[in-house]
Design a binder for this molecule. Structure first.
Ligand SMILES: *Cc1c(COP(=O)(O)O)cnc(C)c1O
Length: 368
């Protein structure tokens, strides 16, 4: 591993392979694997991650927005791509770029069919989402009848899969709720099969669903955070390897006297003589202002240094009074040892947020 001389996100592709293999070890051999690469592959780099996962032959990709799917197609990704949150306005583009929409409402179903028919499509793959308790996107059980009737009126599309999403798969105190979601999903799938005479693939589980509900893997599972190295529990985190390490460097050290302030709005005032290190990463890089004022920290020569004062757009200042360090020394915001979970939790958020917030201006380096 090289030493960071500027703010750098190091992506370890071998760790990605490890995480995929670990997740796959939880599946039946015939269960398909969908890799969720939305939000820039959770901040790492969707194209590079998808290319690597394509060589490992994942069955599907998913992104949230149409534009994310276009980027993957532009980069030459050939694997089927499910777009989890398209809009009616995207229908033509989806078809042009061979992207498969999640159809979650009657309006979207109608609009998509109309466009597919106009383009003379036959059996264009779509995926139907049903709401089983998350109350976010999806048809309800009672919609099956109208959905099936609409589908039977056209040959422009065909239903490749039926899916739903769990609300609390990582929280075992919500096991009853999750089991209820699983039952609801099964019964929706049954109704659909009876009324339509077809049996599309079924999928329900995200990363924590894969780990906690092996009985609910159905035909395919969808994993995001697990691929990037987090298991959403202390026990499972040990089985994963975080793929991203965010590193930076000390630009300058200031010696300040008792009573001096640091940064914008003078949000921090020292109560002793202190050494303050300035580091080139700020809220424009995705290190949000919530990490300011000692909520967040970095590691310098294996010592924890707290962020003092407000996070600036392009820098933070950290207290290094008791740390043996000098200008040019490496700074770790998170890596495999000091994980993104640590800093996220100390500021009351989750690894997903700090990872996906990392801005594109941070240099990405890929370790083979
Ligand atoms: C983001 C997302 C996932 C991935 O969830 P993880 O917890 O990151 O594994 C799976 N399914 C849907 C519908 C999603 O939106």
């Amino acid at each position: 591993m090289s030493k960071a001389l500027e703010t750098t996100l190091e992506i370890d592709l071998r760790a990605l392979t490890h995480n995929l293999n670990y997740l796959k070890s939880k599946l039946q051999p015939q269960t398909k694997f969908l890799a969720v690469v939305k939000a820039f592959a959770y901040g790492s780099d969707a194209v590079e991650i998808a290319k690597h996962l394509e060589t490992l032959r994942v069955d599907y990709f998913a992104v949230a927005y149409t534009q994310e799917g276009i980027s993957l197609r532009d980069a030459g990704i050939k694997t089927p791509i499910l777009v989890l949150h398209p809009q009616a306005i995207n229908a033509e583009t989806l078809i042009d770029r061979c992207l498969e929409p999640n159809i979650y409402s009657a309006k979207l179903l109608n609009d998509f069919i109309t466009t597919a028919e106009k383009q003379g499509q036959k059996n264009y793959p779509i995926h139907l989402k049903f709401n089983t308790g998350l109350n976010r996107l999806g048809f309800s059980h009672s919609d099956v009848d109208t959905v099936v009737k609409r589908l039977q009126s056209t040959s422009a599309v065909y239903v490749k899969s039926i899916f739903s999403h769990l609300a609390a798969s990582e929280d075992l105190s919500e096991k009853d709720f999750t089991e209820q979601q699983i039952e609801t999903f099964k019964s929706i799938a049954e109704t659909f099969k009876t009324k339509s005479g077809i049996a599309p693939w079924l999928h329900l589980c995200n990363t924590s669903g894969i780990l906690n509900y092996p009985e609910a893997h159905f035909n395919m599972v969808r994993s995001g955070i697990g691929l990037y190295g987090f298991g959403n529990s202390e026990l499972e985190d040990k089985n994963f390897k975080p793929i991203a390490s965010l590193k930076s460097v000390i630009s300058q050290i200031h010696e300040i006297e008792n009573g001096e302030s640091v940064g914008y709005n003078r949000a921090y005032t020292s109560n002793r003589n202190e050494r303050v290190a300035t580091i080139p990463i700020g809220h424009a890089d995705g290190l949000s202002r919530i990490y300011g004022n000692k909520k967040g920290f970095v590691f310098i020569n294996d010592e924890k240094a707290f962020i003092i004062g407000n996070v600036c757009m392009d820098m933070i200042m950290v207290d290094v009074t008791d740390i043996n360090c000098k200008e040019g020394d490496e700074v770790v915001i998170f890596d495999k040892i000091y994980t993104a979970n640590e800093i996220a939790e100390s500021a009351g958020t989750i690894s997903y947020e700090i990872l996906t917030a990392l801005s594109k201006r941070i240099r990405r380096v890929f370790l083979p």
